[in-house]
Design a protein around this ligand. Structure first.
Ligand code: 13P
Length: 343
């Protein structure tokens, strides 16, 4: 893909009313998710579960793209159609997670850096050949005593920039994901400060590495109070703090910002995105790239039983529709009522 097509893909991923499904859980993360509903994680079961998501009728109305994992991008639906094709038939753009997870950063206890740059050029070429149009790399920053340190921010931002440059070279739109974790007792203000420092470092490195921002997307955390903080910021405070930090740090050349849900409840994540979109136009589109906030109710409805397939797909379509509404600032909590979710 050339730059013009990459820019078009980036814009299509943040089209009005639509956002991204992050279904790129690594095999260990999938084992955790399936374990949560009492199931053993086998390749067959992971395939069956993802097939439920990808074959849900009507998802193309609310889902612009799906991030896949290495195993998933090679899998097929029960009728033999490649998952990539199943998604395309719904008008959904296939993407791929290309990082190899985090490893402790030597010399910096409690901090991590994301691996996966070695051999990345070759892997990207292969993902393009199986149909990927965009990529994702996740860096993880934690807040704690003396954390994050400047070297940890720098190492992670540098890796994100090298990944993003390689992705564009291969013709893939890079989703740049620096996640500041919500774990901890910190305040909203501390999260705002760390998120701003992280994003400044990321955009400095992206610029130095000649990444074309118009053909990239940002996937950040929302600015939140620490999950264990006794003081929890209100909906309005979260929306205002998040927009303020983003306006200070994210260049207007970036077409869209797609939030991760990061362990927020599905309704919190949806309501907060909605509140931000009600604040009026911003330099970039504000959308979602939720994993748990789109999938948690699907797993609960399915619990591994084929008889629950329809209920699981209804739960997915409902969450996608709620997120799609939040994407344009037209979500109302009343839309969550059971009668409203019946199809
Ligand atoms: P969550 O929305 O569950 O945080 O997942 C998004 C994601 O892709 C994390 O890398």
């Amino acid at each position: 893909m050339d730059l013009v097509s990459m820019t078009e893909t980036a814009r299509a991923l943040v089209a009005p009313g639509k956002g991204i499904l992050a279904a790129d859980e690594s095999t260990p993360t999938m084992a955790k998710r399936l374990g949560g509903i009492g199931l053993e994680s086998t390749e067959q079961r992971r395939r069956e579960y993802r097939e439920i998501l990808f074959t849900t009728m009507g998802i193309g109305e609310f889902i612009s793209g799906v991030i896949l994992f290495d195993e998933t991008i090679r899998q097929h639906a029960a009728d033999g159609t490649a998952f990539v094709e199943v998604l395309r038939e719904h008008g959904v753009i296939p993407g791929i997670k290309v990082d190899k997870g985090t490893t402790p950063l030597a010399g910096f206890p409690g901090e991590v850096v994301t691996e996966g740059l070695d051999g990345l050029r070759g892997r990207l070429a292969e993902y393009v050949s199986v149909g990927a149009q965009f990529a994702k790399w996740r860096a993880v920053i934690s807040i704690g005593d003396g954390r994050p340190t400047a070297p940890a921010l720098e190492a992670n931002a540098h890796a994100l920039a090298r990944y993003a440059a390689l992705s564009q070279e291969a013709g893939l739109v890079p989703i740049v994901e620096p996640e500041v974790l919500m774990d901890g007792t910190h305040s909203l203000e501390r999260c705002a400060e760390v998120t701003a420092a992280t994003l400044r470092s990321v955009y400095e490195q992206l610029t130095r590495h000649r990444v074309v921002l118009e053909a990239s997307l940002l996937k950040p955390n929302m600015v939140l109070s620490g999950a264990d903080s006794p003081v929890q910021a209100s909906l309005g405070e979260v929306a205002d703090a998040t927009i303020t930090v983003l306006r200070e740090t994210v260049p207007a050349a970036v077409p869209g910002i797609v939030f991760l849900s990061g362990g927020q409840s599905e309704q919190d994540a949806t309501a907060r995105l909605d509140a931000m979109n009600r604040r009026g136009p911003q330099p970039w589109e504000l959308s979602f790239s939720f994993g748990r906030a789109l999938q948690a109710p699907v797993l609960r409805a399915w619990v591994g039983d084929e008889a629950n397939r329809d209920a699981a797909q209804a739960a997915f379509l409902h969450r996608a529709a709620m997120s799609g509404a939040a994407r344009i600032g037209s979500y109302e909590p009343e839309m969550e009522a059971p009668s409203a979710s019946r199809l």
